[in-house]
Design a protein around this ligand. Structure first.
Ligand code: TRP
Length: 357
């Protein structure tokens, strides 16, 4: 069986280092591994509209921002197909058919949907389209016959729901759809990178994100403003590493080689943590090191982003070509789905062929 990847992001803002470490970095590695037959990366603008219906400009403006973030991180349009979700009507049709296979109470139990409903204060006024987005996500995944879906941990419930839809579809209409598997980042610190204020998640509205497009000074200032251990008042005090955002970031980003590269007195992060715990290591020294690590990672990404940003017609053209290629793939799956559902009415064996009239 061919190995097919599908993944994507809602274009509601520029991508930040939480996206990078939770998913983008791994996508680039998967892409460059040469182990996959087809890779699709989707700008989920239609899904973005499910809770931004009144703000279509914002969604449109962020399509190019996110595409630039992808290219800057090393997504290579020669190897991965980048496309725009809304331009594939096949996805809407698949969603419509899958809706018959999912109960309202099942969607209500989806933990990600539940959390988002609470967070967005929808209360009794949940848009039906938003409520149904896990179903549309199943359409996205199955349209590409994807068996591997590399995403952040928050998408796990979406994948579970997709697997249920696939099994239900195949049992009702015969084997048609491919069952996907989630692929999470392997470093546990990467699964849920907190915001720079130590809050659970990076969020644009709270302003606790480091963006891939941030300039050097902004990265520096955000690192030096970071939340650490509130009990670690003097450098000589013993400090806590757990729940200390600077160390959580080092868990996610620092590699052993960085310690030598930036002339650290420690051989690795464990040694640095031990010193901090014991007392005698100040926050500023730890932040300096984290800043060096972050600047080295983000410098080349920022430079590549600026290069692509100077040639937007090239970027738009590659999105157009990617979208055409993706549309052909989705159309192929849709015709299998229609056939399985006895909706191919005008085929030679369609309407009238079994009635004997
Ligand atoms: N829900 C994803 C996000 O919020 C975007 C998305 C839409 C997606 N459809 C998908 C991700 C299918 C993976 C597979 O970023």
């Amino acid at each position: 069986m061919s190995k097919i990847i599908l993944t994507g992001d809602r274009p509601t803002g520029k991508l930040h280092i939480g996206h990078y470490v939770g998913s983008l970095k791994q996508r680039v590695e998967l892409q460059n591994s040469g182990l996959y037959d087809e890779i699709y990366i989707m700008l989920a603008d239609a899904q973005a509209l499910t809770d931004n219906a009144d703000n279509p400009r914002k969604v449109r403006d962020n399509i190019l921002e996110v595409a630039l973030d992808y290219l800057a991180c090393g997504i290579d349009p020669q190897k991965s197909v980048i496309f725009i979700q809304s331009q594939l009507p096949q996805l809407y049709e698949l969603s419509f058919h899958y809706m018959n296979l999912v109960t309202v109470s099942r969607v209500q139990r989806n933990p990600t949907v539940k959390a988002e409903i609470a967070q967005k204060n929808f209360e009794q006024s949940i848009p039906v389209g938003f409520f149904a987005y896990p179903i549309s996500q199943a359409a996205d995944i199955t349209a590409f016959e994807a068996n591997i879906v590399p995403v952040g941990e928050d998408q796990k419930p979406m994948l579970e729901q997709t697997v249920e839809i696939v099994r239900k579809f195949n049992s009702v209409y015969g084997p048609t759809l491919v069952e996907p598997q989630i692929l999470l980042a392997s470093n546990t610190a990467c699964l849920r990178l907190p915001g720079t204020d130590g809050k659970a998640k990076m969020s644009k509205s709270i302003g606790n994100c480091i963006y891939l497009s941030d300039c050097e000074k902004d990265v520096h200032d955000k690192v030096f403003d970071m939340y650490t251990d509130p009990g670690h008042l003097r450098a000589t005090d013993p400090g806590k590493v757990e729940g200390n955002t600077v160390f959580t970031y080092l868990d996610a980003f620092a590699e052993d080689a960085d310690f030598e590269k930036f002339n650290s007195p420690y051989a690795n992060l464990d040694e640095m943590k031990a010193h901090y715990r014991k007392g005698g290591l100040g926050d500023v020294a730890v932040k300096k090191f984290l800043n060096a690590v972050m600047q080295e990672l983000l410098g080349p990404i920022r430079a590549r982003r600026q290069e692509y940003a100077q040639d937007l017609p090239f970027v738009i053209d590659l999105l157009k070509k990617g979208t055409e290629q993706a549309r052909a793939k989705a159309a192929n799956t849709l015709s299998k789905v229609r056939r399985a559902m006895c909706l191919d009415h005008f085929a030679p064996d369609g309407l009238g062929s079994h009635t004997g009239s």
